[in-house]
Design a protein around this ligand. Structure first.
Ligand SMILES: *[C@@H]1O[C@H](CO)[C@@H](O)[C@H](O)[C@H]1NC(C)=O
Ligand SMILES: *[C@@H]1O[C@H](CO)[C@@H](O)[C@H](O)[C@H]1NC(C)=O
Ligand SMILES: *[C@@H]1O[C@H](CO)[C@@H](O)[C@H](O)[C@H]1NC(C)=O
Ligand SMILES: *[C@@H]1O[C@H](CO)[C@@H](O)[C@H](O)[C@H]1NC(C)=O
Ligand SMILES: *[C@@H]1O[C@H](CO)[C@@H](O)[C@H](O)[C@H]1NC(C)=O
Ligand SMILES: *[C@@H]1O[C@H](CO)[C@@H](O)[C@H](O)[C@H]1NC(C)=O
Ligand SMILES: *[C@@H]1O[C@H](CO)[C@@H](O)[C@H](O)[C@H]1NC(C)=O
Ligand SMILES: *[C@@H]1O[C@H](CO)[C@@H](O)[C@H](O)[C@H]1NC(C)=O
Ligand SMILES: *[C@@H]1O[C@H](CO)[C@@H](O)[C@H](O)[C@H]1NC(C)=O
Length: 842
């Protein structure tokens, strides 16, 4: 009898529950704690939840597809329910209300539709985008939606911003703490005053500014235009100012969260690892903090050792004493205020700028930049101008003029726009660096004299060196070190000692290293690196090391040695080879690295006997690891580094097959005003060099991306790019031909375990490889996009354009890569000076 009763009760309550149709609440229904409604495609859920161990109950929306509790919207933020007696139902006037108990009369939260909704069919429905909508299903008319009331999360396709007429303002407010979704201190919104920009406030303090919209992105968020992921639409019309981050592929799960400490973060869900990946966050650098350099100052972190603040052209520190102590909060004042409007002025151009606060600017979208300049010159209160949109389809557009103090200006390494500051003639000359004042002329004369003297010295030096080299050919090689790098030795010694003093780079004693390598015996030799032989050693404590020894009798490796010392001790990443120390004693110069037992990547992918060892997960792991390592170099390390010689023999593998990028002998730090470099001495390895680098000597982060693309294709095919395949084309050209015929699968390494991969995944990887080797550098994705694409299978990739495949006549060009013994520890010989005429593109 009792059991029967219980059964009946369960059945009854089940029936009551199922009255709630699965993805909506009808006007006549109510919802209790425990009920959940799902969106049509089961992507989002709406109902009651608790956070962590807390008993408090909230009503909100969360991802139904994601295994980790991830709340994207909360209704009763400041009014949690103490127990599970909460209820949700429509009020008589049609508002959706949350009540604290079954019989509650005062709702603790309610939608805010003012007019009575008469539609009897009114429902609350959860959409697959995560939007809870009150609508009349018959007419489709919507009365209220949760997307118009963001909490701390911005979902794709959610509109952000305000309307000018009816006072809707969609902005984000952080939670109070990770366990408390109440209204927190941090807000993020599109500012109403002046030219649109987004601002983050902590309490009432302005904390971060995105800068104004430049046509493609916010000027202070250079990373945020990922053409492969987002479809961003910005609207600035008489009706509204808003931005929507759409995703091109609706299956990509991504959200932007304003966290309670004042950081905006974007995460994407990685279904494979079942976790959220932090993809982007801001503010990040000192220069991002609002007004870091005070009135009329600007912030520039591109040179790591310099004080990041400077005064805008035409300005000087208000309190130079404070500036001496790296405190710029007082800002700058005009150097000579009287001369602002004397009719003899011009504009100093500052490049790659996040323009100052646009809250007070005058805007005219109708005039060109030239007219803008004239307008600013005519108006004595105008201190600066810039184009409103500099990245719009039809070129630079519109005119912004500043009148008064300029706040929160910064410069970027590779983004931002041109900014024109009004200065007097003298200042302009100083800024242009091409003045004609007497002092200037004297300075120029001095400089040219120095240059002439230096040229003479260099000629003399080369002459002597030639003579010496000629002599050396006659005599048997002596153990005496030639003088060509003795000259530079003090510098290296100083730098190394300085580093070891700072604890950056331990010094090893020569005797230790000699003992570890059995006096540099032939058996211990692993191969030849960029600037000398590489030995394997075992320290007394059993630790295995790789020792790179600068050849004694050539001055050639000195530059690379210095470069490597300079760079690598500052870098630390799982996917970069780790330096343990160095040794400089008498004539010996050595760098000591961790020893990696598995040799370099080329030993695996280009050797039949080893290729089978690499199944697809291993290859994919290697590709991802290399990508992360490069991303670190390009973006995440304190320095911005272009490696310039990425190739299979420079990728070492540890015993878990984790790839480590090695050999920074040719890497370049990018700082100051550089976004791309150029050189007359093209170094690098045939087959991995991008066309713009090989042919014109231009290198940029995109030349590394090119090399990475080649690596992907090599890893998948097990073939060298530099070899010639059919019809005179290299590997890239060869696969491209097959790809266009839809036959690229033929190229997948036949020695790779066919069970270990899905063809579609490999094809996607080839696709990414092709995106990286596109002819035009600007078409190639940056490494953050590459890492993203590699991590997300659901992404729709754009079609690659024609790749660059350089076909070289192999005159002076050595074929890079391993030579015979397949060295481990360090790399195969690689420094090829490829003169420009030797390589031809097509
Ligand atoms: C929860 O409990 C607190 C204190 O016990 C009380 O002040 C509050 O009104 C209760 N909230 C609800 C929704 O019952
Ligand atoms: C709700 O009201 C009903 C009758 O109006 C009463 O029987 C019930 O005890 C009430 N429940 C609570 C939790 O107050
Ligand atoms: C909010 O900001 C105010 C002032 O900025 C601060 O005093 C307060 O502690 C902050 N509250 C929280 C929860 O962080
Ligand atoms: C991007 O968004 C706009 C407006 O929201 C839409 O018209 C367009 O079709 C979208 N493009 C893609 C590729 O999704
Ligand atoms: C907020 O974001 C910053 C930066 O990503 C992070 O260090 C911090 O832990 C986050 N805070 C919380 C509470 O998640
Ligand atoms: C900068 O913007 C903030 C926020 O709108 C405003 O309070 C401040 O006065 C602005 N400063 C200038 C110089 O325009
Ligand atoms: C641009 O100029 C045209 C004609 O001079 C005018 O009709 C229009 O309103 C102007 N637009 C704006 C945004 O000022
Ligand atoms: C200069 O520009 C300011 C701001 O736009 C404006 O208020 C003022 O009238 C202008 N002065 C002249 C002389 O045009
Ligand atoms: C300085 O450079 C600007 C633009 O780069 C130019 O218009 C101006 O004439 C130059 N002035 C002098 C004094 O060289």
């Amino acid at each position: 009898m009792k059991i029967f009763f219980i059964f009946f009760f369960v059945l009854f309550s089940f029936l009551v529950h199922s009255c709630l149709s699965n993805n909506m609440i009808m006007r006549t229904q109510s919802m209790r704690d425990g009920d959940v409604i799902f969106s049509q495609g089961k992507r989002f859920a709406f109902g009651f939840f608790s956070l962590g161990t807390s008993k408090l109950r909230y009503v909100g929306i969360w991802y139904a597809q994601v295994s980790e509790q991830t709340i994207v919207w909360v209704a009763n933020r400041d009014h949690p329910i103490n127990d599970t007696s909460g209820h949700i139902k429509f009020s008589s006037r049609g508002n959706l209300c949350v009540y604290g108990s079954v019989n509650g009369t005062e709702p603790i939260w309610s939608t805010d539709v003012l007019d009575t909704i008469s539609e009897p069919a009114l429902v609350a429905k959860l959409s697959d985008l995560g939007n809870l909508v009150l609508l009349d299903p018959v007419t489709g008319k919507s009365f209220w939606e949760s997307f118009n009331h963001p909490t701390n999360t911005l979902l794709p396709f959610m509109k952000f911003g305000y309307t000018r007429q009816d006072g809707v303002d969609r902005f984000m407010t952080s939670w109070r703490s990770p366990g408390d979704p109440g209204f927190g201190n941090v807000t993020f919104r599109i500012e109403r005053r002046g030219f649109p920009q987004m601002m983050m406030y902590k309490g009432t303090t302005l904390w971060w500014r995105t800068g104004s919209w430049t046509g493609q992105r916010w000027s202070g968020v250079p990373e945020m235009t990922n053409k492969f992921i987002f479809n961003i639409s910005f609207v600035n019309s008489p009706d509204e100012v808003s931005i929507t981050y759409g995703v091109l592929n609706p299956l990509v799960i991504t959200r932007m969260v304003l966290n309670e400490t004042g950081t905006l973060q974007r995460f994407t869900w990685n279904g494979k690892d079942k976790k959220w990946i932090g993809f982007w966050s801001a503010p990040e650098e000192k220069c991002d903090s609002y007004n870091h350099c005070g009135l009329n100052g600007y912030c520039d972190t591109t040179s790591p050792d310099k004080f990041e603040c400077s005064c805008l052209p035409g300005h000087e520190p208000k309190t130079p004493q404070a500036w001496n102590f790296r405190d710029a909060s007082d800002g700058c004042k005009r150097s000579n205020a009287a001369s602002l409007c004397n009719g003899r002025e011009g504009f100093a151009k500052l490049k790659r700028v996040k323009v100052p606060n646009t809250s007070g600017v005058s805007v005219d979208m109708n005039i060109t930049l030239k007219e803008c300049e004239k307008r600013c010159l005519r108006n004595c209160s105008c201190v600066a101008y810039a184009s409103a949109y500099h990245e719009s389809e039809d070129g630079a557009k519109g005119c912004l003029t500043w009148h008064g103090d300029m706040l929160d200006t910064r410069t970027y390494w590779s983004a931002g726009q041109d900014f024109y500051l009004r200065v007097d003639k003298a200042e302009l000359a100083r800024w242009n660096g091409s003045g004609s004042s007497g002092k200037r002329r004297l300075f120029l004369i001095l400089i040219s004299m120095i240059v002439v003297v230096m040229l003479l010295m260099i000629m003399l030096f080369c002459f002597i060196r030639k003579r010496r080299q000629a002599n050396r050919h006659k005599k048997p090689p002596s153990t005496f070190a030639p003088s060509s790098f003795d000259i530079e030795e003090p510098f290296v010694l100083e730098e190394l000692e300085d580093k070891s003093r700072k604890g950056e780079l331990p010094l090893f004693e020569l005797s230790t290293i000699a003992a570890a390598t059995n006096n540099f015996s032939f058996q211990h030799k692993l191969g030849a690196g960029g600037f000398g032989a590489v030995y394997k050693g075992v320290l007394e404590n059993g630790m295995e090391i790789a020792v790179k020894r600068l050849s004694k009798n050539s001055g050639q490796g000195m530059e690379e040695f210095k470069n490597e010392v300079k760079l690598i001790s500052k870098l630390q990443h799982r996917n970069l080879v780790r330096i343990l120390g160095c040794c400089v004693e008498s004539e010996e110069k050595m760098l000591i690295y961790e020893y990696l037992p598995n040799k370099s990547l080329d030993c695996f992918i280009f050797r039949e006997e080893h290729r089978a060892e690499l199944d697809w997960p291993k290859r994919m792991g290697i590709i991802r690891g290399i990508a992360r390592g490069i991303l670190y170099l390009h973006q995440d390390s304190r320095l911005r580094i272009i490696h310039r010689d990425l190739k299979a023999s420079n990728i070492l593998l540890d015993n878990e097959m984790i790839p480590k990028i090695a050999d920074f002998g040719m890497a370049r730090i990018f700082g100051g005003n550089q976004i791309e470099g150029s050189t007359n001495r093209v170094v690098g390895t045939y087959g991995y060099m991008s066309p713009e680098y090989a042919m014109d000597g231009h290198f940029s982060i995109k030349s590394d991306v090119y090399s990475f693309g080649v690596l992907i294709l090599e890893i998948i095919t097990g073939k060298k790019n530099s070899a010639i395949y059919n019809e005179n084309s290299n590997l890239v050209g060869h696969i491209w031909g097959l790809w266009q015929k839809g036959e690229a699968r033929e190229i997948i390494d036949t020695l790779m375990d066919a069970e270990s991969y899905e063809e579609s995944e490999v094809m996607k990887c080839i696709h990414i490889g092709f995106l990286c080797v596109q002819e035009r550098a600007s078409d190639r994705p940056d490494m953050s996009s590459v890492v993203f694409m590699l991590g997300h299978n659901a992404i729709d990739l754009p079609s690659p354009k024609h790749p660059a495949f350089t076909v070289g006549r192999k005159r002076n060009v050595k074929n890079g890569g391993s030579s015979g013994n397949c060295p481990s520890g360090e790399t195969g010989s690689s420094v090829n000076d490829v003169t420009l005429t030797d390589v031809q593109g097509r």
